[in-house]
Design a protein around this ligand. Structure first.
Ligand code: ZN
Length: 294
């Protein structure tokens, strides 16, 4: 009987970020067999235990024999080995949220039953670190040309603030506009391409847009145009943001900092990684068998 594949579908997509890290098996074997003078057999049993570090996946310190590559990469950047030597480690990072913690735990229990294939870990992070890492990933993924990114950033924040697997269905028609709505009641409502959001959510979106664009040329851009910090704070007051979020600060900078703290505090508080080693183990085995049979 074929066993069911483990599915990550129970976790909302907005809480998951995926990275594929490549490893060159030619380099991996060479390092062990040549430098450490071990037999291929010993090298194989050592390599079977191998798991890259988080810093390899994040790109912070990706080191030989690992590399991050696009589809067009067809030679190893270290030894120039051909594509057939490549294998993939597939990492999923989950930024945890109480709304799906039950599903996350269930999934983790399933992963723990396959320790050979899946390596799981949970690095220590503060909420502020999780938030800045999210901003960084968002920053890397968007194109600041044009205005489309404003919408993308706003929607990413809105999805992140209430993670749900239903977003894709709810927004299936696409979002053309995020519109401030003062109607009491729900935080958001979608109607025919328009996403109506509460003053709190709208203000959050402006904050995140401002934060993410300020390190760029012509920074400080938001749905409300390009704003200095003071202008942004004035706009947020007018929108009713401070009232909605219970922020009572007289100084603009103080209000800005309080707003960031509130966005951060309402966000995820833990990070979980699951690294799928299936492709790696399969290719490692076949490379080893060819070496052995030579
Ligand atoms: Zn190589």
């Amino acid at each position: 009987m074929k066993k069911a594949e483990i599915s990550f579908d129970s976790i909302p997509g907005s809480a998951v970020s995926e990275t594929t890290l490549k490893i060159c098996l030619k380099c991996a074997f060479d390092v062990i067999t040549k430098q450490l003078k071990l037999t291929p057999r010993t090298a194989y049993s050592e390599l079977k235990k191998h798991v890259p570090e988080e810093s390899d996946f994040s790109g912070a310190a990706t080191s030989r024999p690992h590399f991050l590559a696009g589809k067009e990469t067809d030679h190893c950047p270290f030894c120039n080995g051909a594509k057939r030597w490549f294998a993939d480690f597939h990492a999923r990072r989950i930024d945890a949220h109480p709304s799906f913690e039950k599903d996350r735990k269930k999934l983790w229990a399933a992963l723990k039953k396959k320790p050979e294939r899946f390596t799981i870990w949970s690095p220590e992070r503060t909420k502020m670190q999780i938030f800045s890492e999210w901003l960084e990933r968002l920053n890397r993924s968007i194109d600041f040309e044009g205005d489309r990114w404003l919408l993308e950033v706003a929607i990413s924040h809105i999805k992140r603030s209430s993670p749900s697997s239903d977003w894709d269905t709810a927004l299936a028609g696409g979002v053309r506009r995020v519109q401030l709505s003062r109607e009491a009641g729900e935080d958001w409502r979608y109607d025919n391409g328009w996403l109506y959001v509460s003053p709190g959510l709208y203000g959050d979106a402006l904050m995140v847009q401002h934060l993410i664009s300020r390190s760029h040329l012509h920074g400080g851009r938001t749905f409300e145009g390009r704003l200095t910090l003071h202008e942004l704070m004035r706009r947020l007051r007018r929108v009713g943001y401070f009232e909605a979020r219970g922020i009572e600060a007289s100084e603009p900078l103080e209000a800005f900092e309080q707003a960031i703290v509130m966005i951060v505090d309402s966000g995820p508080s833990a990070v979980y990684y699951a690294v799928d080693r299936k492709d790696y183990l399969d290719k490692l085995k076949s490379v080893y068998e060819k070496k052995r049979d030579k």
